[in-house]
Design a protein around this ligand. Sequence first.
Ligand code: G3I
Length: 380
Amino acid sequence: MNNRLLAMVGSVMVVCLTVSASGQTAEGKKDGGAASPAGPSIKDAYKGIFLIGAAGDLPGGYSAEELDLVRQNFNVVTPENCMKPGPVHPSENTWRFERPDALVKWCADNQIAVHGHTLVWHAQTNNWFFRDGDKDVVTRRLKDHIGTLVGRYKGKIRGWDVVNEAINDGGNAETAKTENLRKSPWMRALGPEYIALAFRFAHEADPDAKLYYNDYNIEVGPKHESSMVLLRRLVKDGVPIHGVGIQGHWSTARVPYEAIDRAIGDYASLGLKVSITELDVTIRGTSGGQLGGGRPRGEVTPPSEQDLKAQADAYGRLFAIFLKHKDQIERVTFWGLSDRRSWRRGQHPLIFDASNHRKPAYAAIVEAIYHPKPEPAAPR
Ligand code: G3I
């Protein structure tokens, strides 16, 4: 084991033995919270393996401590909302670049990469794109949207979620043989070719950007099979697509470890990179936002030590799988900075608690490098 690894293992062991969920050291002394990390940061631990990211529309509204947390722990940022069609391009002749510009500048000033999210989606997209327009008009609007946004950040944004969540939920043995595309406004206006068009427009606007298809639950079941049908067609047609984003909105009780392991290999077999683009692992309760169809049920009771341990185990097993596929995986991004900044707030899904302190999951992720569990556990 080389010296660097020895040094890291030593400090990891310190992390595992002394920093508890509450950010208190074993002696009960405050470790100063996450702003003064007690051990190797997750981004340093995974340096040279894959990028470690967080989502957020920073820096506006983020505290100095939170911005320190980003600087110390992450090397890529995904805008959570400010670059989506609705917020950034609310009407044909209105653009709102203030927050995207501030995010791109802050990240550049702090040597942090940016992954753009998202150019084409069925949600948070205002109706003007489709109103009173035939196929040619809607296609021009799509091209103008993508060309303007991607062009503005050419060379400053390393990659984009070009198309987000185009495949229907659920499915069965029949739909699994098809792309099973969602009947989104884009699909109704342009047909299935809207997907290839979006990738081609993005590639024209920035030939160096890494272009991703991004979706949830595509790692498992009929939706995975449909994603393979879609991606095979795009690759065969020479569409400029470079990677697949597995969003990774999971819950401690239901992480499909084996399916994730297989899915990453499937996508790699198409010559595509993989990123885990919106990782969160809830501890309990139903998910909010569009995945769960409702709003989070507000604050639930604080997680127990047992909950936190189960979550740490889940994150540790997930990162063991990601490490097994480290040659295919480009990036792992957490969907939010802390449990206070999560769309699934109240379900404690991330690796920093609501007070910005490292949770056991943080140490488990760093630990995964030195004690990988290559055989994923059977789903619980
Ligand atoms: O900015 C407005 C604010 O002005 C207004 O006062 C407030 C109350 O109406 O709403 C604010 O906008 C909200 C926005 O988040 C910013 O907070 C929207 O209502 C709310 O719908 C939006 O939710 C976002 C959701 O996507 C939209 O579907 C979540 O923050 C965001 O985490 C979530 O992220 C998605 C990914 O983009 C795609 N994958 C799934 C993931 C979770 O749904």
